[in-house]
Design a protein around this ligand. Structure first.
Ligand code: NAP
Ligand code: GDD
Length: 327
């Protein structure tokens, strides 16, 4: 009998790649979607004939219990979250409801319905914030710098606590930034790849950004969902950092992205203070030695490859050429 997986956040970037991976591994996949007045299934349109969708919301614990009872998953991947850091200053309470108490609702639903379900929690390198150590590992202390980061620290520790209190097989993946052509347009990599494409095609002249000096450890989302799955295939539950071990500034990103399209970024990029944050995470770089050793995980796409893939995809999309098959 094939294994069953449930994914919260299946309509997001990671949810779509994870659903593809799990289908490829022979799983039956159920995705949790929240009710919207207008469907938001564009990232999983190509999978709709192969997955089941179940309405539920992280804000409603009863809906989660029902979803688990009716679909009987062996593995549950909790990817749903308010994931855009600047929005967390605008809506700090709602961010906590989704990203902190939402995790408790998922964990408690699992505990009540079937404590044998293996659970993955989407934790974040934003928890390291004002970093206490370089590079960051599973043992680096947290110092979050946004309501988003604070909410993810709660989500991380409540996952550890349910593992230790109730013996749940619950893993927390501390994932560094991962990107793709399916990334939301407000995140910096996609904002840049989309901006480069618009400028290349003559649709726009300028791209307005915030802090060019921030550094991130950027990888490809398709690689990172494999690490999530591998965590749940281990004999015991544990927490893992997932990262490339390479850090680049937003300035590097811009230079590589414009260069890929044969453009000089200095002629097009301007700093707009509206995109600066009340408190910044200056420099993230992860040490994924544990994931490499225990999971056998390694990234397959490097920084230049990732940026090139995103720029090409946006140029193709905006040129009106038939978009490439999702990768
Ligand atoms: P994303 O593209 O923003 O997707 C977020 C998903 O969460 C969407 O499917 C969204 O549904 C869903 N969602 C939000 N609130 C919900 C609610 N109340 N009930 C049910 N579903 C809800 O995010 P992502 O980049 O795929 O990231 C996936 C997870 O990994 C998130 O938890 C994020 O915080 C975490 N993470 C991401 C990164 C990264 O670099 N991408 C790094 C570390 C951790 P709608 O489509 O309805 O909005
Ligand atoms: N979004 C955005 N827009 N960021 C900008 C801009 C801009 O115009 N200009 C500079 N930046 C800088 C931000 O200040 C930040 O330092 C960096 O680019 C990355 O910003 P985002 O792409 O928005 O991602 P993030 O690092 O804040 O958060 C992402 O990664 C986390 C993991 O570390 C999100 O995916 C989070 O959900 C995830 O947990």
């Amino acid at each position: 009998m094939s294994k069953r997986a449930m994914i919260t956040g299946i309509t997001g970037q990671d949810g779509s790649y994870l659903a593809e991976l799990l289908l490829g591994e022979g799983y039956e996949v159920t995705g949790i979607i929240r009710r919207l007045s207008h469907p938001n299934l564009n990232r999983i349109e190509h999978l709709l004939d192969r997955i089941r969708l179940h309405p539920a919301d992280l804000l409603d614990g009863l809906s989660l219990i029902r979803a688990i009872e009716e679909n009987e998953p062996d593995e549950l991947y909790n990817l749903a979250a308010m994931s855009f850091v600047p929005a967390s200053w605008d809506q700090p309470l709602l961010t906590g409801e989704f990203n902190a108490q939402g995790v408790t609702r998922v964990l408690d639903a699992v505990r009540r319905v079937n404590p044998k379900i293996k659970l993955y929690q989407a934790s974040s390198s934003e928890m390291f914030g004002k970093v206490r150590e370089v590079p960051q590992t599973e043992l680096t202390p947290f110092y979050p710098r946004s309501p988003y980061g604070v909410s993810k620290v709660f989500g991380h520790y409540i996952t550890v606590n349910y593992r230790e209190s109730y013996g749940l097989f619950a893993c927390s993946g501390i994932l560094f930034n991962h990107e793709s052509p399916r990334r939301g347009l407000e995140f910096v990599t996609r904002k840049v790849s989309d901006g480069v494409a618009r400028i290349k095609l003559g649709i726009e002249q300028k791209l307005y950004l915030g802090n060019l000096e921030a550094h991130r450890d950027w990888g490809f989302a398709g690689d990172y969902v494999r690490a999530m799955w591998l965590m749940l295939q281990q004999p015991t539950a544990d927490d893992y950092v997932v990262a490339t071990g390479e850090s680049h500034s937003v300035r590097d990103l811009v230079e590589v992205a414009f260069g890929h399209a044969g453009l000089d970024w200095k002629a097009h990029v301007e700093v707009d203070p509206r995109f600066l944050r009340p408190a910044e995470v200056d420099h993230l770089i992860g040490n994924a030695a544990k994931a490499r050793q225990s999971l056998g995980w390694a990234p397959s796409v490097d920084f230049a490859g990732l940026v090139g893939m995103m720029v090409d995809s946006d140029i193709e999309r905006l040129s009106g050429i038939k978009p490439p098959k999702p990768r």
